[in-house]
Ligand binder design. Structure first.
Ligand code: NAP
Length: 315
């Protein structure tokens, strides 16, 4: 354990995203303390200069700024508010400390956790990210930040070490809301890409030429440009897995339910992804949404001209 702790930034959650983000903080010259539930995941970062904490409370005791990047809402609650077996950040958080949650979780739970920290004299920002594991590794994440302006300013040096586009979008919970807006756009775009390719396939079109003709026009999108060719190649390797995508859609649908707003497209896409999870495809990329439509239509999207098949073999 480290003795001197002045100015240390603490990082909790050394998964796919947290590993790269922590490395970038170290490379920017910040003294970094880390804690991860599975201790072995701390080792490469300790080798790179980080110091290990015993638990989240131990990290909070030593750090003015604590960053979390764990899976889902209950997991952020576990590391910040604590569990029977894990003393959380809140147990030892310093007065005036700043907790920055960079996970994607419920906006409503975010505001509740922020209030609990506020009651202890600490601050919280919600700062979910997009840009995937590559963005985390390269320090090019887009970071959507909710919270007080003065705290956002305080967090900027850390954000700049981890991300490229940093946008203060509003008060507590607004970062999580914007992240969910992002996810609604992503999946509805992907459904449009999959449906369009299925239609093109049924019509016997050359799929590469079709994509070439429409990608630069009004129908163009990041998903079409990047995931369209992957669908034609039947390359289902994930940029973002169906399981994580589904978690984010669940959060969007829960938030929409609280707001009383209908999400017609998103709720159907949630069910389509569910069929893929049921088929054991949760680890594939979110563009494998195309497979759910293929099943319904009995058509396989492929470069082959014999488009119509009774059933796919690979899903
Ligand atoms: P990941 O690789 O699965 O890592 C999850 C991390 O959370 C691990 O360090 C895990 O610890 C920790 N964790 C989970 N539950 C916990 C609990 N109850 N108590 C303590 N620690 C817990 O996930 P990731 O891809 O890094 O994603 C992290 C967050 O970033 C998620 O909210 C995700 O939606 C968001 N995000 C991910 C991407 C992406 O492309 N991957 C892109 C944008 C946003 P263990 O090591 O012990 O399991």
């Amino acid at each position: 354990m480290s003795g001197s702790t002045g100015g240390q930034v603490g990082f909790i959650g050394l998964g796919i995203m947290g590993q790269g983000m922590t490395r970038n903080l170290l490379q920017a010259g910040f003294p970094v303390g880390v804690w991860n539930r599975t201790a072995s995941r701390m080792e490469p970062l300790i080798a790179a200069g980080a110091t290990a904490a015993e638990n989240p409370a131990d990290l909070a005791r030593r750090c003015e700024v604590i960053i979390t990047c764990v899976s889902d809402t209950p997991d952020v609650e576990a590391v910040i508010l604590g569990t029977d077996s894990t003393p959380g950040v809140i147990k030892a958080v310093r007065v005036g400390a700043l907790v920055i949650d960079m996970s994607t979780i419920s906006p409503q739970a975010t505001r509740m956790i922020g209030q609990r920290l506020h009651d202890k004299g600490a601050y919280m920002l919600d700062a979910p990210v997009s840009g995937g594991s590559e963005g985390a590794a390269n320090g090019t994440l887009s970071i959507m930040v909710g919270g007080e302006a003065a705290q956002v300013e305080r967090a900027m040096p850390y954000f700049r070490a981890m991300g490229k586009t940093i946008t203060h979008v509003g008060g507590p919970g607004a970062g999580q809301m914007v992240k969910l807006v992002n996810q609604i756009l992503v999946v509805n775009n992907m459904l449009a890409v999959a449906e369009a390719l299925l239609f093109a396939q049924a019509g016997g079109l050359d799929l590469d030429k079709t994509l070439g003709a429409v990608t630069g026009g009004a129908a163009g999108s990041w998903m079409l440009q990047n995931r369209g060719p992957q669908v034609i190649d039947r390359d289902w390797r994930p940029g973002f897995t169906i399981d994580l995508q589904q978690k984010d859609l669940r959060l969007a649908l829960e938030a929409a339910d609280e707001l009383g707003v209908p999400l017609i497209g998103t709720s159907q896409i949630y069910q389509l992804y569910r069929t893929l999870q049921a088929a054991g495809l949760g680890e594939e990329g979110n563009h494998a949404l195309a497979k759910a439509l293929e099943h319904l239509a009995g058509i396989t999207i492929t470069r082959s001209t014999s488009a119509r098949e009774s059933e796919q073999s690979d899903a």
